[in-house]
Design a protein around this ligand. Sequence first.
Ligand code: GCU
Length: 665
Amino acid sequence: MAEDGYRLWLRYDRVESRETRSDYRGAVEAIVVQTPTGEASPTIDALKAELARGLDGLIGRDPTVHLVAGETRDDLGADGYALTNVTVDGDDAVRITANSDAGALYGAFALLRKMQLRESLDALDEVSVPKIDRRLLNHWDNLNRFVERGYAGFSLWEWNYLPDILSPRYTDYARALASVGLNGTVVTNVNANALVLTPEYLTKVKALADVFRPWGIRIYLTARFSAPMEIGGLETADPLDPAVQAWWDAKVAEIYEHIPDFGGFLVKANSEGQPGPWEYGRDHADGANLLAKPLAAAGRDGIVMWRAFVYAFEDTTDRVKQAYNQFVPLDGKFADNVLVQIKNGPLDFMPREAFSPLFGATPQTNQMVELQITQEYLGASIQLAYLGTMWEEVLDQDTYVAGEGSTIGKVVDGSLFNHPVSAIAGVANTGDDRNWTGHPLAQANWYAYGRLAWDHELGARDIATEWTGLTFDADEEASTQIVDLLMGSRETVVNYSMPLGLHHIMERGHHYGPGPWVTGGRADWTSPYYHQADEVGLGANRIASGTNAIEQYAPELQEQWGQLANVPDELLLWFHHVPWDYEMRSGRTLWNELALRYQQGVDEVRAMRATWADLRGGIDEERWDAVRQRLALQEKDAIEWRDACLLYFQQFSQRPLPEGVEAPA
Ligand code: GCU
């Protein structure tokens, strides 16, 4: 088979070393699956099918799977698993213990992962439990199959063929999710179309849900707030109107008839033109509770994920302050099955931004994080940007809201404020390209997201190493080269596009290339809203003398970030308007440092190209060449970013480019 990347990290190619192969054969003569019931189920069938596929590929064996009943284990939670060695009729076997069929399935994938990575199965003693309950992908997929901010082809969901024709890809998609422990998917765009809630579409959604269910994947839908008017014939969508409540109650009941394990709704309201409760003088809590009520009443765990990506461009308040201002006063008003879904940053998935100060700021409200796997502002699956490093930075970030150690990871997993329900969302980078993600190495982002959703304390390098081992037949040296490349790649994009805390200076519309000069229509899209370049200097003043966005953070962070002397270079221009001749930590002036960062970004892309050239023969030619071509384009793009931004900012700085920076082409 051509190495087109279709198999993702689930390749299961034959273990070549004879010794390892026979070790593995010896160790898995049988596999024991222990759950509280010990009974068969569609999920257990899926587990068996995956073990059969995996072990046939890896060692040419069809394993015997013994189902046994055993006591519930408190340490494994709902979805966790344990792997241990046992003997069955004198033969060595591996036992997967779990409290649920889904947990057992995750254990089976973990076992296969170990074998793919050639890890020893001797003295197995592994317990793994996810820290977050709902581990979701969000698809920004429209019903016409256009994917908003999608760079890997059309939507995977063939709405026109559903429910009659089921692409085999749906199963492979579900396997991929389950293999990293993801357990839910929102299949429709946040810019929602109410049509998906009509009876016709619900039968299609049901068909997808039926395919996903055995793999432990629950389906969720985006709910357009004005749906009662658009498809229900009502004259209002006012959340406090009893007829509107009755409409949603009936709609939820209808959805449950089709999809008994329906996960719930994701809602974008009163943001970027989407309808919402504000139209009726109501607030976000009124809106969210409207949908949460029938879900809770049904007693099936349904949740509402209400997005905090809200801002009004008519509002002259600094855009990054608006979500906090809107949501903090509502703390305590949201129903228990509502989670406020917050993008990692207060602006919009920039290559780097300060974290959203809303995290931890509403202790009585369930909060979840939304990360963006698709590379909207990081090169659109043409450029290489491994995002594991970015998400590690986000999840490990200390908010200090309840003292030191109040990391975003702990806010999101619910442990900081003892919340009963926790969730995480990643905006998918998938499409119908053969390799799923466009750039072959962008698969690593899907993988890394899933692994971090399971355990936000995993390290980005460990995940990259794991993914590389699963994805390529590379020797140790080549693997290390790939991992190093991945690890540096996000910072490289930051350097050549938005270094030192610059943000939102991309071209409007496509968001792919530079556009610090962009003006148009709205205050926040009109230069210099974000970069504030002038003859004095550069950067957004968000301390007390400016918009004072800094006041939304804990005192510890105000101290670190609000003072020029303390703020790290990475966030300098996010919080401060800095004179061109300001002396940086490096001893250089701001202008020179800025110019050299852009140059460094270009140089790093060149270095990546050289590394990749060197790798030829170390991995299969097909994927090697696909990446080679993309890196070549990335160099051109990086040069464009550098030249465009430096020429633009030079109009204000009126200073020459320092030595070491190439003159613009
Ligand atoms: C960004 C993105 C939009 C998207 C929006 C959102 O602004 O460009 O395409 O709809 O985020 O997250 O709602």
